[in-house]
Design a protein around this ligand. Sequence first.
Ligand code: HSE
Length: 379
Amino acid sequence: MRIGLMGFGVVGRGVYELAASRSDMEIVRVLCRRDLSLPDADVTHDARDILNDPSIDTVVETIGGLHPAWDYVRAAIEAGKNVVTANKAMVAEFYDELIPLVERKGVLFRCTAAVGGGIGWLSALERARRMESIREISGIMNGTCNYILDSMTRLGLGYDEALSQAQSLGYAEADPTTDVDGIDTWHKLIVSSNVAFGVSLDKSGVPVWGIRNILASDVSNFKEHGLCCKLIATGRMQGGHFSAFVQPTLFPSFAPESAVPTNFNLITLIGNTSGRQSFFGQGAGRYPTAYNVAEDLADLICGHGFYSPCSESVPVHNHETFQFYVRGASDEWLESHTELHWGDAVVTVPVSVAQMHRWCASHPNVFMAAMPERKDIHC
Ligand code: HSE
């Protein structure tokens, strides 16, 4: 396999190092903005040196973001090259163009590292959906947010200190607001839901609320009530209807989610045949993420591309209800939906996800979290 590596940041460098130890993966050229010299590969500033080189059969994209990453990936596929990417934003955004293009050109494509860092979540998910109908996916999909929430809860760190530690450990996105506002989790939810349900979700119907407004006083409130806060993505399919949302969510301290430390992710699927399967591992960082890129390359060598189908765009309806913890604003609507007061915060009566997120959108400084759900555990 002769590889053109696009991007030489946290993940790209990790891929380069892992491939160097393999006799079946030769990185022949690296696209990098910086001037750099590498012992075993040419370095170029011009993507055409990779795209127009017929000896390169596979492109690995680790640039991140939408452009120019998507332009290069599309051009690589058009040129008949196989592609592996870790880029969740690009896969989420261009899913319904990308998957049909891959099929049309007959190339191989994989993106396991796009969700779950070092966990083989997407690979397990696409295998699971061959055999059964998946009705729910959910979990902790962002290592940076988990690192922040875990550090605030277990170590009593302040939000800013925890975020800057996550950045210096290489977990955060180039723009960490993408992590703390839940956008990174949102991208991962879109990709995971599309794979799980064989659809292309209408992204405009998927609401997201992040953790940027959480305070130490919220964490104390939760601890007093035996609860732990995590940023959770949920996608469900019931009777042909889809719901999908990202929101801070409270768990009792005995729940598996509460025990997830540092940058780890815990992602669960619930299938009609297999029941519940959960996947746990490092969700961010150079080597865990590079590991899954290398696993995808190994799959390509065996001829295994990504085989999840992609239907037309399907609408999302978030009618399901939760009680919500809310702090930081008040108005008539919130007062009329309040059931309990917890210090300077309130706990609402059950309201729909759609309604809660609509209210939050006009109250940008609030912190809210869904109260624990009473769910059956399907074994
Ligand atoms: N910023 C992401 C995270 C990197 O913290 O999970 C892995 O996708």
